[in-house]
Design a protein around this ligand. Sequence first.
Ligand SMILES: Nc1nc2c(ncn2[C@@H]2O[C@H](COP(=O)(O)OP(=O)(O)O)[C@@H](O)[C@H]2O)c(=O)[nH]1
Ligand SMILES: [Mg+2]
Length: 628
Amino acid sequence: MVDIQLRERKVKVKLVYYGPAVGGKTTNLKVLHEQALGARRGQFVSVNSTQDRTILCDLLPLRSGGFRGYDLKLQLVAVPGQAMYSVTRRIVVKGADGVVFVANSASDRWQENLKSLQEMVSNLVTHRLDPTRIPLVFQYNKRDLPDVVPIEALSRALNGRRVPEFAAVAARGEGVLETFRTILAHAMMETCRQYPALQLPPGQTVETWTAESIRAMFGRERLDAPAEEKVLELGESDLEEDTLTAPFGAALPLTLQIPTPGELAPPGAAVVEGGAAESLAESYAQASAELGLVVDDLREERDRARLRLDEVRRALELATAPGDTDIQERVRRILRVFVKAAGADGATLWLSSGESGQVLALPPLVADPLSRTMWGATRLQELREIAEPILDEAQASPSLAEALRQGQPSFEAVAAVSLRSAERLLGLALLYFGPHAALPAPEALVHLGFLARVLTGPLEAFAAREASSSADRLRILSRPSAAAVASLLARLPPESARRQRLGLSEVIAPLEAPGVSLEAERGASVFGDAPLLRFALATLVRQCEAAALEHGRIPEVSIRVDDVPSGVQIQIAEGGKASVLTVPEAGPDLADAELSVVHAIVALHGGVLVAGRDANQSPHFSVRLVTA
Ligand SMILES: Nc1nc2c(ncn2[C@@H]2O[C@H](COP(=O)(O)OP(=O)(O)O)[C@@H](O)[C@H]2O)c(=O)[nH]1
Ligand SMILES: [Mg+2]
């Protein structure tokens, strides 16, 4: 009876280890706990007697990762084996999604195995679980003992259903993972069969999922194999392991020791009356079993909250770090924060600085998957309008499925997170989820939106810096693109022009040429960006020359630099001699795109540009800048 929480996107699957006392159930769970990776295992809780026999149950929560977009949590529970805890065993079996029967291979335990199996069947029936259908796996443990029953005999006596069976030496870890892997696969197959919502997407099988999730939980597929070189997860390289992948549970098992009535009572004293004791025990057992699960949920909540806090801390660090790293690397880091927080398998970021967008993909992606199809490209445009993060799932839209599933790797969902400043969209982060990912629940989307707000600041600063450094390239821009450049420059904050002290005469000197005269007061200096300023002044000179030629004059341009109160004035004027050519009607349009670039550059330097024409249509310009 799988516990599905649709809204929270959580699924819980309960796997029960059943069997006679001292058969090795607790040992199985201990081994799994020891071998599981920190981030995947929860707190292992055993409630034991002072002699370390299991009283209530052993509880091991494991996180397998995603299943059909849900966060799948596995609850491994081992029943107490001793005869007197039959009530507890009955309660623990309730709601089982799969059962492992751990038999003791020792010859002298033959009868106990049979008795325990019979009891298990009747307990399953009590809870309306069909013993002939429930996913079941047998483990014949303690194969290392000197006197053991042959496997065939155990199999014939116990495994009437001919379900998978394994020989094991749990104390040495042998057969433990094989058993677990098989019950997990069978339980998930049955889950898929019962719940259409949990059916895997086309091309995915429970077998491939199981292999992947075993590797995710244990770092390898067999316990006797050395742990794999830990594959660097996407974007993990620059996030500290200790904080951002805080362990899901503690490393040390928690064992509660409770003196049992038998241990407390003086020898020979009657303990409690049978019937009353049984119902009392039942209610306690039930309460405790539930308490155990609740405690585990709370622990998970707490761990998640810690993780969220760490992500915010990380984002704030990025927001306040000095800006010496290049923009691509910064943007990549921003993206990695999102990837980590969402548990995504791939990500791209659309930067909307400048007129045309720029897309940056994190490995393994090299291009954006959504823009593969026409539909996807249109959807991408729509996504630029979102205010809060949203999640699109392939199963909800055939067009999206087509866009997401056709590439390598293939994806099942995409979350879009917009990064916007007060007035404009700076970027759109697209987070892609593979078939085995747990998709973000609504509260996780809210968290992503919060991170986006924190990360908008650095993104804006990077975009501005990038734009100002690319200003050097302005000089080779053509007239048509000048309009685009001007609009870009106009949107930059004034500080983004490089605040460098420039000797004005050095800036202007290269402009001197035949027909261009220079008259500058030595020593005037301004704060600014030399190539940008030079480009602006050269453009004005060219405008004068063009005007002269159009009016049939030989260009004669003068540049004059004068000190004025608290600033410097650069005057550029054309005063060429009239030639014999006729004068055309209209002059060049002073408001053209090129001039608007000059306006933007001057404004970026905190200055003013005044343009005018004299009586014979000669243009003249005056640029006033603040001195350094
Ligand atoms: N020789 C041997 N001892 C084992 C093996 N597995 C578990 N044990 C030991 O058997 C005892 C009972 O194991 P435990 O896991 O507590 O059994 P449970 O009552 O089924 O939970 C412990 O002392 C274990 O160390 C095994 O494969 N071989
Ligand atoms: Mg035990």
